[in-house]
Design a protein around this ligand. Structure first.
Ligand code: GRG
Length: 292
């Protein structure tokens, strides 16, 4: 099977699992569940669930990892909904559609984000509860990645750094928190479900951190160079809001070089992992040249 078929296969499995494990839009209160599904079903690249599945697949445990993949995509989608709120980035467009608070209203969008975040942990406990050590490891991994020293912490420093002369160190801290932590957690959760050794888990984490840093620098480059239609979200917002980005600190060419360096480090980490890593290798390479 070639890369594109494998990619579509992972994506389809992740989307079917999302449909299965998130309450239907007809569940009461319907407005809340409709808003959760509106944002989840708007699409997106599904990178994080794909990383969960690809990591678990190396151990032959792909279908067992589906609930973890759904949990991670729920947390990611919550972060996008809240990131778009008027108190945060105040954005109108996400995943090619009006943002959740535009399509519904602000209170509903806040609650939809809260409910997706909470659902993720309920799902992990429900699905892996018969293997308590695994359930605890997954909850711990996702809890730290989504928490105050990672996703939320990165967002906090991102807001604080707006309109300041941020340093490269600050931007890297923000990128590590708001983006790389969840990408690393995706690979680690896949490895945990697969029963990876402690050394393999740490290799997956380093791979995810490097991939996440590359991913966010490319995001910064795309914000400065692509159109809103290509991105499915408002382009040019970083410069407008005077965000602390790698493009602001290093310029476009400098940022592209950083992305290349992080991608090369990610590929080096990947080469340390045993087994067939050809899908992950192609995925890492494809993200460096992505257009959205
Ligand atoms: C708790 C009120 C409250 C807010 C928290 C944590 C948070 C808000 C926001 C996270 C910030 C954020 C959106 C970080 C950027 C990470 C990133 C690059 C997101 C885009 O990921 P893609 O391109 O998106 O994979 P798709 O739509 O393809 O899934």
């Amino acid at each position: 099977m070639d890369f594109s078929d494998q990619f579509q296969g992972f994506r389809l499995e992740a989307e079917q699992a999302l449909d299965r494990w998130v309450p239907a839009a007809t569940t009461r209160p319907t407005r809340l569940h409709a808003a959760m599904r509106y944002s989840l079903e708007a699409g997106g690249k599904r990178l994080r669930p794909m990383l969960v599945l690809a990591a678990a697949d190396r151990y032959g445990r792909r279908s067992d990892a589906l609930a973890a993949a759904v949990a991670i995509e729920c947390v990611h989608t919550y972060s996008l909904i809240h990131d778009d709120l008027p108190a945060m980035d105040n954005d109108d467009l996400r995943r090619g559609r009006p943002t959740c608070h535009k399509a519904f209203d602000e209170a509903t969008a806040i609650l939809a984000g809260d409910a997706l975040l909470t659902h993720a942990f309920a799902l992990l406990a429900a699905h892996y509860g018969d293997r308590p050590a695994l359930a605890i490891a997954l909850v711990r991994e996702l809890g730290f990645a989504a928490g105050s020293t990672a996703l939320v912490g990165g967002q906090m420093e991102d807001i604080e750094a707006e309109k300041t002369a941020a340093t490269r160190e600050q931007v890297e801290f923000i990128h590590a928190g708001k983006t790389a932590a969840m990408i690393a957690a995706s690979l680690v959760c896949g490895g945990l479900v697969g029963g990876a050794t402690a050394a393999e888990i740490e290799a997956l984490r380093r791979l995810g951190q490097e991939l996440g840093l590359a991913f966010q620098v490319i995001d910064d480059v795309l914000d400065a160079t692509a159109t809103s239609t290509e991105l499915g979200k408002t382009a040019g917002k970083d410069a407008h809001a005077q965000k602390a980005t790698m493009v602001r600190v290093l310029g476009l060419d400098g940022a592209r070089d950083r992305a290349k360096a992080h991608t090369a480090s990610a590929l080096r980490e990947l080469s340390q992992l045993p087994g067939d890593t050809s899908f992950l290798k192609k995925l890492v390479e494809s993200l460096e040249t992505r257009g959205s």
